[in-house]
Design a protein around this ligand. Structure first.
Ligand code: MUC
Ligand code: MG
Length: 383
């Protein structure tokens, strides 16, 4: 008998959605996001969707919207058609045989399958991922306009709206002393009212980080994300020890696989991991990295690659199943986009993202908006 979860169709498209303002990171500024959307149809009739977004083309890591699209269309879809989409681990193994690496591409496919299978059985996705432990998570906003006045206004507005009191500042593009002055000015204005994180996105060497991070901690920053290069575990270790109890070092680009997580745990080179479904290669593999963190007394943070509400909801489902040693999440991607692709946005109340319930990831896509932002339909960059 044919399984209702047999994969009948799998398609992929790239969208281009402008951001509400330029978003500046150490490696450049973006003014649009290009999420890659996967759709899966199962034999039983259910339709599921997955997303992989990255930031600045191939600037954040090796994958780009175009490479993700190609890996799915040319390699992953042909390997999976006709397979039982509910055998998630077998599907992941099959994708690994068809294609090395390409974690973002695999995550979009696995996400679509989890959504489809959950819908096939009328369940919220979190029930397939271990069960929900959190109903909401504190939600961060990133201040990255590049303009101190605008950053301050954004922070005040979001505090007043009771949306965010956790702010992340993107630094590393300017001279370190300028960055320190910028963060200190914002921190002074928010003292006692907000929690502050900085993300250096690998821009500093160990010496620069040792010289400048203490001033940021003095200014009130309590979480320091990826201050040095992805490979620089010795540098992270030095910083984690030196900043010690006053602030935590959070690994982002350095922690993708469970093996990365083990290395960081063994070296005591980070107190927190930023978890991201895309870089871990899917929802189940996010749980595998989180399991290493929990076993090593390392906290977690629900990271984003600035996904739409689809990828953000999927991330929220897996984060809802994780342990209590967390620092909130930053699933604010939809708010940075001029328009979303779902009918109902995710709900934010009292500074926290309310984790969506099912079926699937609990969000309904709007086909008209998908078509409007579709890169191939726009005819600009056929993929
Ligand atoms: C990153 O490296 O964390 C997440 C939020 C944001 O503003 O940029 C990203 C990427
Ligand atoms: Mg980061």
């Amino acid at each position: 008998m044919t399984s209702p979860c047999r994969i009948e169709r799998l398609s992929v498209r790239v969208l281009d959605i402008p951001t509400i303002r330029p978003h500046r990171l150490a490696f450049g500024a973006i003014s649009a996001q290009s999420p890659v959307i996967v759709a899966v149809r199962l034999a039983g009739g259910a339709l599921g969707h997955g997303e992989a977004a990255t930031i600045g083309g191939p600037s954040w890591n090796e994958e780009s919207p175009e490479s993700i699209h190609h890996a799915v269309a040319a390699h992953l879809a042909p390997a999976l058609l006709g397979e039982d989409g509910s055998r998630f681990e077998a599907v992941l193994a099959r994708m690994d045989r068809a294609c090395r690496g390409n974690a973002f591409a695999k995550s979009a496919v696995e996400m679509a399958l989890v959504d489809a299978v959950a819908r096939q059985f009328g369940l919220p996705a979190w029930q397939l991922l271990g069960g929900k432990r959190h109903a909401s998570l504190p939600l961060a906003w990133t201040l990255a306009s590049g303009d101190a006045g605008r950053d301050r206004d954004e922070a005040e507005q979001r505090l007043a709206q009771r949306q965010h009191r956790l702010f992340k500042l993107k630094i590393g593009a300017r001279e370190p002393a300028q960055d320190v002055a910028h963060v200190a000015a914002i921190a002074r204005g928010l003292a006692g009212r907000a929690t502050l994180t900085v993300d250096v996105n690998q821009a500093w060497d160990t010496g620069t980080a040792r010289r400048h991070l203490p001033a940021l901690v003095d200014a009130g920053v309590s979480l320091i994300e990826q201050p040095v290069a992805r490979w620089n575990v010795p540098g992270l270790k030095i910083l984690a020890a030196e900043l010690g109890p006053r602030a935590s070092v959070m690994a982002d680009e350095t922690v993708c696989t469970p093996q990365d997580a083990l290395l960081l745990a063994r070296e005591q080179a980070a107190q927190v991991f930023s978890l991201k479904v895309a870089k871990h290669g899917g929802l189940l593999r996010t749980r595998a990295v989180a399991a290493v963190a929990e076993a090593a007394d390392i906290g977690w943070y629900g990271g984003t690659m600035l996904e739409t509400s689809l990828g953000s909801a999927a991330s929220a489902h897996v984060f809802s199943t994780l342990g209590s040693q967390h620092h909130g999440c930053e699933l604010f991607g939809p708010q940075l986009l001029v328009e979303d692709i779902v009918r109902e946005p995710l709900s934010i109340q009292d500074f926290a993202l309310q984790l969506p319930d099912g079926p699937g990831f609990g969000v309904e896509l709007d086909p008209a908006r998908l078509d409007r932002f579709d890169r191939a339909r726009a005819g600009l960059h056929p993929v």
